[in-house]
Design a binder for this molecule. Structure first.
Ligand code: KG4
Ligand code: ZN
Length: 373
């Protein structure tokens, strides 16, 4: 529950990480079943913690997409019923817009000088590595936000690469936080991973896109990413350096520790493994940094906003802040609590739509491939 896109009264998260960890990745059927099981209890808890009642709500906001169809459907069906029952408007929000507005909400709350527009937003998570140029049609509360996609991954997302490489090295799930902690113990210059230039792909004619917003053509320079190459490079390194047996020993040792944390893994990693992890992170963060700052410069952005699960990465935060300071460009991150998926960010993104009267009708549907801009 959030007031005026600004003050968080309650932000209850029912994490499914422990459930999916057993499978090494998200299992869609289990995800929607858990949503169904949790949604009523989570909303009740949020209302209780806020000190208000459901009757005090002015609107209900819900994620329209992108995401897993089953999970989206549970949220939308519940939100529609709740809004209808309370007689308040329903607002559909793009999940990615939520990540961006979580940062803006917190930056306003810190009473910093407001981030000036346009902003360059990097959304970097397990499903996305996307760059958007974000601006308002009219500055002020009622100004509708507009987003222009100026870069995206052509294959794996950065968080996905982290998770796959962690799995390959016998570490826990999700792999990002493990890699982040272990990278600090290795030499980032040990293995020189390279990123090639990504050529923009022409829009493929004849490919029908699943929603009306998906077909937006991109104009101007494009700053795309690719992370599947570095994943393959790590695999090749592991093979050519005969690291497989040590990896299997580590995997088995961690499986014996159900509550294992990254700190437990340090003793299970030799120097070569720690160097490999540090070098992987150095290359990935460097690539994110180069593309993001180049895009900011090309589009005349006045600030950078980084969000999504990978925005929790310590090296990413350090390097983005240092480069921002060097260029005199403000860089904002969400607090750790708001960097992974949460409901407060959806309410924050809904506020400008509420002010502008942009409500969803009965026709609001789950849109798994929904794009922003
Ligand atoms: O935004 P998010 O919670 O969920 C979605 O993917 O939508 O992001 C989760 C991703 C996972 O891939 C996870 O490994 C990654 O964020 N992640 C990190 C860190 N913390 C989470 N990656 C690198 N360093 C971290 N500290
Ligand atoms: Zn997310």
């Amino acid at each position: 529950m959030v007031r005026a896109g600004e003050q968080v009264y309650a932000n209850v998260v029912a994490s499914q990480i422990a459930l999916h960890a057993n499978y090494g990745g998200v299992v869609p059927e289990l995800a929607s079943r858990e949503h169904l099981r949790n949604i009523v209890a989570v909303v009740r808890q949020a209302v209780r913690e806020s000190g208000f009642s459901l009757r005090d709500l002015d609107a209900v906001a819900v994620t329209e997409g992108p995401g897993l169809a089953g999970a989206l459907l549970v949220g939308i069906t519940y939100a529609k019923a709740l809004a209808y029952g309370l007689g308040v408007p329903l607002i559909g929000v793009n999940h990615l817009e939520g990540h961006i507005h979580a940062v803006l909400m917190e930056a306003r709350g810190r009473a910093e000088t407001p981030m000036e527009l346009p902003l360059l937003a990097l959304v970097v998570s397990g499903g996305h590595t996307h760059l958007y140029l974000a601006k308002q049609e009219r500055p002020g509360e009622a100004g509708t936000w507009r987003y222009q996609n100026v870069g995206r991954t052509v294959d794996d997302a950065a968080g996905e690469a982290y998770d796959k490489v962690a799995k390959l090295l016998g570490l826990g799930y999700p792999g990002g936080p493990w890699m982040d902690a272990l990278a600090a113990k290795g030499n980032p210059r040990a293995v020189p991973f390279q990123f090639g230039q990504i050529k923009p792909r022409a829009h493929r004619p004849g490919v029908s896109l699943p929603n009306k917003k998906a077909g937006a053509e991109r104009s101007g320079p494009i700053f795309d990413f690719s992370f599947s190459g570095i994943k393959t490079a790590v695999l090749r390194y592991v093979e050519t350096h005969a690291m497989k047996a040590a990896i299997e020993r580590r995997r088995a040792a961690l499986a014996e520790l159900p509550e294992a944390k990254a700190s437990d893994a340090v003793a299970l990693c030799d120097a070569e493994t720690l160097d490999l992890i540090a070098s992987f992170q150095y290359a990935v963060v460097g690539n994110l940094e180069r593309q993001t700052f180049a895009a900011a410069e090309a589009f005349g952005a006045r600030g950078i906003v980084v969000s999504g699960g990978v925005a929790a990465n310590a090296e990413l935060r350090r390097r983005f802040l240092a480069e921002g300071a060097r260029r005199g460009l403000p860089v904002a991150f969400p607090s750790l609590a708001l960097s992974t998926d949460n409901a407060a960010m959806i309410a924050a993104a809904a506020w400008p739509k509420f002010v502008a009267g942009e409500f969803a009708g009965d026709g609001l549907v789950a849109t798994p491939q929904l794009r922003l801009g």
